[in-house]
Write a protein that binds this ligand. Structure first.
Ligand SMILES: [Zn+2]
Length: 169
């Protein structure tokens, strides 16, 4: 699949398109960009329901800007942290990625400074990473009081989800 295939695929999609309303402001799902993760199918979310923020690993820390927008502009009150097994973010560390970027840019102090200031939120244990992100949200003063925060692990081998956290802020 490349972006050059978009127009052909979209021509088919739009041929039977029916405009959908926004049906629900919840939940906001924070999940990984891994192509095996498809929250709409795996969690039964329909177009027009909730919202999905995707990044490497499904980091709530990286997603905090979008979470604040969703809560204060859109009215979202439920946040679901949805990580998965065999995540690429378990296969390296922030330090390794910083070194890799620096080696790819020899002599570039600006690159080194910039990447040294970044935390890529690598994952050592997927269940622990969900708990850490839930804790981050619970303790974050920007997350609205009264919010429901749930944490989930999706198993890419079985297609099954496992709930590991359910907290009211
Ligand atoms: Zn992942």
């Amino acid at each position: 699949m490349t972006s050059s295939e978009f127009v052909e695929a979209n021509t088919k999609y739009s041929a039977t398109f029916e405009k959908q309303p926004i049906r629900a402001k919840n939940p906001l799902i924070i999940t990984c960009m891994d192509p095996r993760v498809q929250p709409y199918d795996q969690l039964g979310v329909k177009i027009g329901e909730g919202g999905i923020v995707r990044n490497a690993g499904g980091s709530a820390q990286e997603a905090i800007n979008s979470i604040v927008v969703a809560q204060h502009f859109f009215g979202t009150t439920e946040i679901a942290v949805f990580h998965h097994t065999d995540c690429g973010m378990t296969k390296f560390t922030t330090e390794w990625l910083r070194d890799t970027v620096k080696k790819a840019n020899p002599g570039r102090d600006d690159v080194a400074r910039t990447v040294d200031g970044m935390d890529f939120h690598h994952i050592t244990n997927v269940e622990e990473s969900v708990h850490a992100d839930v804790k981050f949200l619970v303790e974050n003063p920007l997350v609205k009081k009264g919010s429901k925060i749930t944490g989930w692990v999706y198993n890419v081998d079985t297609g099954k989800i496992n709930q590991v956290a359910d907290v009211l802020v």
